[in-house]
Ligand binder design. Structure first.
Ligand SMILES: *[C@@H]1O[C@H](CO)[C@@H](O)[C@H](O)[C@H]1NC(C)=O
Ligand SMILES: *[C@@H]1O[C@H](CO)[C@@H](O)[C@H](O)[C@H]1NC(C)=O
Ligand SMILES: *[C@@H]1O[C@H](CO)[C@@H](O)[C@H](O)[C@H]1NC(C)=O
Length: 347
């Protein structure tokens, strides 16, 4: 590469001079020949040296003349890699590892399709880890196959009958997988029932260690929208939005969908300067509202290790709407079996 570039630049300089000189050289040669024919003997030594000089000039002119062509030809192969090196397209993008626990309920197909639609618009590389309890559902497997996304479909084989929140165990199954296979990227817990902007996933790529941002959500009363997450000065976290007084005792006020972190923290305690090498897992022992903070406390020591994204934390990039239809079974195969039971038959 380097040697090709060195031959390239002088030839570029010659490019400009070549057009002026080589026709002149040719004319001189022709003139010399004519001169020789007229005075073959008397001026022979002088003419010969002149001819030799002119011949050399001609040859020099000839090579200078064709060298830009060689340069261009080489340049044709040489330039694209140089251009690509400096463009964004070859700077390797970080892997985004999206962890989605899912389970059977009325809106499951709707939720998964909505998340998939957002993920499909995100530039690769992105890995979607979808975790289910007990067994892989054929409907989920089929849906994942058709997305065209890079995915892993995992099962948490634990008996979750007594689990307070089964999603905790499903997420832990994904964490185990990331740890065992040393997946290198930024991990994000994206529950299936949230709404995500495409920008969020691009912002997640900027995270070095632990990134957090405010999430808009519907209050549990469902009659007002509230914010939960960091208040930032630039990318420095200086405070928290929080809503429920009872939750003030939490250390960090972040929604499960309001943070993402570097996966090396999970499998490389030395490199990520963690005090212990215990596996980092979500805890099911705490009551609701403390899952996030008890997890984050294992990943960072305090706010100084956090990055607020985007700078200023003034943008809402995802929404948690809590619009769950309780106790509704989803139709088998996500298909309507009783479509013939028309309520308003056409007469
Ligand atoms: C799961 O645990 C519950 C309660 O602990 C128990 O009743 C049930 O039999 C267990 N199921 C399996 C498949 O082991
Ligand atoms: C994660 O952190 C490690 C150690 O600090 C660093 O080498 C690596 O580049 C980071 N990875 C990402 C995806 O930022
Ligand atoms: C925000 O950061 C700047 C620069 O670090 C500092 O000068 C300013 O006082 C900070 N503002 C607040 C409200 O903390």
């Amino acid at each position: 590469m380097a040697s090709i570039r060195r031959t390239l630049s002088p030839s570029k300089n010659h490019d400009r001079t070549q057009q002026k000189h080589s026709p002149v050289d040719l004319r001189r040669i022709l003139a010399g020949e004519v001169f020789l024919h007229r005075h073959p003997r008397r001026h022979a030594p002088w003419n010969q040296s002149l001819l030799l000089g002119l011949l050399l000039l001609f040859l020099a002119g000839f090579f200078v003349g064709i060298s830009p062509l060689i340069g261009l030809e080489r340049g044709g192969f040489d330039r694209p890699p140089v251009d690509l090196e400096s463009s964004d397209s070859t700077v390797p993008r970080k892997l985004v590892i999206v962890v989605t626990p899912t389970y059977e309920r009325a809106h499951q197909a709707y939720y998964l399709n909505r998340v998939a639609a957002a993920l499909k618009l995100v530039r690769p590389p992105l890995l979607w880890i979808v975790v289910e309890a007990e067994a892989v559902m054929a409907e989920t497997a089929e849906m994942l196959r058709r997305t065209g996304l890079m995915y892993r479909h995992l099962v948490c084989e634990k008996n979750l009958t007594d689990a307070k929140d089964r999603r905790v165990h499903l997420r832990n199954r994904a964490l185990e997988h990331i740890e065992r296979h040393r997946l290198d990227g930024v991990v994000y817990f994206a529950d299936d029932d949230n709404v995500y902007s495409v920008e969020l996933f691009e912002r997640i790529r900027e995270i070095r260690r632990f990134g957090t941002w405010p999430v808009a959500m519907l209050a549990e009363s469902k009659n007002k929208a509230v914010l939960e997450g960091p208040i930032c000065n630039g990318s420095q976290v200086i405070g928290w939005h929080t809503n429920l007084k009872s939750k003030r005792i939490r250390r960090f006020h972040v929604d499960m969908s309001g943070f993402a972190f570097n996966s090396t923290i999970l499998w490389d305690p030395k490199k990520s300067r963690r005090p212990t090498s215990n596996p980092i897992r979500q805890l099911d022992t705490k009551k609701g509202g403390f899952q996030e903070t008890t997890f984050i406390e294992q990943v960072v020591e305090d706010e100084s290790q956090m990055e607020g994204i985007p700078p200023g934390c003034s943008k809402i990039m995802n929404w948690h709407l809590r619009l769950e239809a309780q106790n509704l079974a989803y139709p088998k195969g996500w298909q309507l079996q009783k479509s013939l039971d028309a309520v308003l038959p056409i007469k």
